[in-house]
Design a protein around this ligand. Sequence first.
Ligand code: UTP
Length: 290
Amino acid sequence: MIKTAVFPVAGKGTRFLPVTKSIPKEMIPLVDVPILHYVVKEAVDSGVEKLIFINAKNKRSIIDYFKRNYELEKFLEIKGRNDLIDLIRDLSENIEIIEVIQEEQLGLGHAVKASKELIKKHEFFSVLLGDEVIYSEVPAIKQINETAKEFNAPTLGVIEVPKDEVYKYGVIDGESVSHKGFKISKMVEKPKVEVAPSNLITPGRYIFNYDIFNYLDKTSKGTGGEYQLTDAINAQAKNERFYGHLIVGDRFDTGTPLGYMEASLDFGLKRPGMKENILKMMNEKIKKYS
Ligand code: UTP
């Protein structure tokens, strides 16, 4: 199983200003649980034990959240609130947390490259984007690992979207090689709908081998003056076998206000005891605003 996960969380979150001026977008809650909690839980539930956060200097709250808070635990113990102690300890036990500071936000490729010294040469490792949440019965990274294991090769997660929405995403070109597996020939960033190679997009979940660093080292600045992870993946897929795995689950891109609103609503509706009240509230809003 994959034991190491890298979480790039150093981004500036400009699409979510002004809140991201002081609060990381990855720490905004869905109901009352930070977005990143779900992402980290997906990795931990998949068997990951070593968490590497590629972080920015002004986003300390991310690391604080995943560490034990003994003072708060003591306070809750005195108050007899053991139920809350369990809640705040949920993901803090039996894991190793490492923080790497990305001094300059030069893109996702640059962020992943910052983990190079911490990855063993023969190890497969996962990368999970801190602002993409996947709700699924089997954790998404565990699902993707089926294809990575079957072909003993790097594999990224893919999901289907309606064809007319592909222009917003990284789209996969490849052929089906198993029930859920694809052999990827290339990835196209934000293609026009008419020329998109498929309606399979990547929701920010990857299993890489160490070779990705060779390609990241050779990648130069691309779109937006940033080092693009997609460019390194394309270079690797050209020279080596690279696979995709169709994830079963609901994906939420919480990096934009609208995507975040949808995720909030959905997680509220899933929360025991809240559904009826939310639906009632929504009916009233529909009447008022439509
Ligand atoms: P995004 O492109 O969605 O994040 O990257 P961003 O750059 O913060 O967002 P905008 O475009 O300014 O609104 C996906 C993930 O990669 C991280 C982000 O924190 C986010 O979780 N990231 C992005 C880095 O760690 N470093 C970077 O240089 C860029």
